[in-house]
Design a protein around this ligand. Structure first.
Ligand SMILES: *Cc1c(COP(=O)(O)O)cnc(C)c1O
Length: 385
């Protein structure tokens, strides 16, 4: 708001489905609230500045609403290369679109750069999921030479925390003329800025760290390309995946403390990952901040931190993992991540989680509670196993 006596300190929420207007409705003017809403704009501008974008962002009704809009950029019958351990809802959305003939989907281990490059060029062995709904490759074989139209990057992945060689895969995609969409939900722009690593579009589930309080479902896209932004805006307006003004107001309120929340949760995640490494009941700890983690060197080269998500595997398999979660009193057993409260879950409790995710894998979203309290709770639960 203007810095004038009597004006509010923060942008107000505007609850209006339509706007007063006489005469012709001009482009860029306010007509109806599916096309524009003053409550979206401060958040869209703030997110764009954080991601280092040249254009304002676009807020959506959910992260998956934003993903559907981003996937609409693929030409009909094109090819999308996507990490096999992308957020499960994103893979399900892409598989659904592929089944309806929108494009061919090639799933790949995003940490395996050679495999990603081969899939981008259409030279790879058949990837898991290859051929689903494919018009171009009806026999389900890859290597027919169809180059990709879009590379989807999620790094670190969910929940395996694999780290892509970001610059290498985006450079290869660009060489082929493929658009790069990067899901930056896990890292937030304070930890990783995909536009500076070669991505064309950045996606957020605002639901997670940006809003940060487990009280809204929202998504966003950010790009520096005015033509891409215009196409995405048209898609958002016509398909109607728009955000409620009150939710965006809450997200902007959450964004004001993002730096403090990330500072605290990242520091705690590092402490907890190191302590978990020493526990006999824990067979593996996945966290890019650990010096022996397979993604450590890449993460150091392309991120400004290592994020606040830790994954562990348990010696006693799924039963031990379930027992651990059961005994916790401070950690909240729940799906989702990025809120002020620490959330924990065994991922394979979701029946649609890929089988490549170990049965005993527990994903931990470290919140902003005191690290001693978080550790004390984990320690008592581990001891009781
Ligand atoms: C939650 C999530 C999404 C989906 O966002 P919604 O807001 O739940 O629709 C996409 N990507 C990642 C990495 C997520 O964690």
């Amino acid at each position: 708001p203007p810095r004038e006596n009597g004006s509010p300190v923060n942008p107000p929420v505007v609850l209006s489905s339509t706007y007063f207007g006489r005469g012709p409705v001009t482009a860029g003017g306010r007509g109806y609230a599916r096309y524009s809403n003053p409550s979206w704009e401060p958040f869209e501008e703030a997110l764009s500045e954080l991601e280092g974008a040249a254009e304002p962002g676009l807020v959506y009704s959910s992260g998956l609403g934003a993903a559907a809009s981003a996937l609409s950029l693929v030409p009909a019958g094109g090819v999308v290369v996507m990490p096999d351990h992308s957020y499960g809802g994103t893979v399900a959305l892409a598989e659904n679109m592929a089944e309806h003939g929108a494009f061919t989907l090639r799933l790949v281990n995003i940490a395996d750069t050679d495999a990603v490059l081969a899939q981008l060029r259409g030279e790879g062995p058949p990837a898991a999921g290859e051929g689903t709904g494919s018009a171009q490759e009806p026999d389900g074989t890859a290597g027919t030479g169809a180059a990709a139209n879009m590379l989807w990057v999620e790094s670190p992945t969910n929940p395996m925390l694999e780290v892509a060689d970001f610059r290498a895969v985006t450079a290869a995609a660009r060489e082929l003329g493929a658009l790069v969409v990067a899901d930056n939900t896990f890292s937030t722009p304070l930890v990783q800025q995909p536009l500076n690593l070669g991505a064309d579009v950045v996606l957020h589930s605002v639901t997670k760290y940006l809003a940060g309080h487990s009280d809204v479902v929202l998504g966003a896209l950010v790009t520096s390309d005015p033509d891409l932004r215009a196409t995405l805006l048209t898609h958002r307006s016509k398909h109607g995946s728009i955000a409620g003004p009150f939710e965006v107001w809450l997200a902007l309120r959450g964004l004001r403390t993002l730096a403090l929340r990330i500072e605290r949760s990242q520091a705690s995640a590092a402490v907890l990952a190191n302590r978990l490494l020493e526990q006999p009941q824990v067979s593996a700890v996945r966290y890019p901040g650990l010096s022996n983690d397979p993604g450590h060197a890449r993460a150091k080269a392309q991120m400004d931190g290592f994020g606040s998500i830790v994954a562990i595997e348990m010696v006693g398999g799924a039963a031990a993992a379930d027992a651990l979660v059961e005994r916790l009193q401070l950690w909240m057993p729940a799906t989702s991540l990025g809120g002020v409260e620490s959330l924990i879950e065994r991922r394979r409790r979701h029946t649609n989680e890929p089988e490549s995710v170990p049965e005993s894998l527990i994903r931990m979203s470290v919140g902003i509670e005191h690290v001693d309290d978080l550790w004390a709770d984990l320690a008592q639960a581990l001891e009781a196993l």
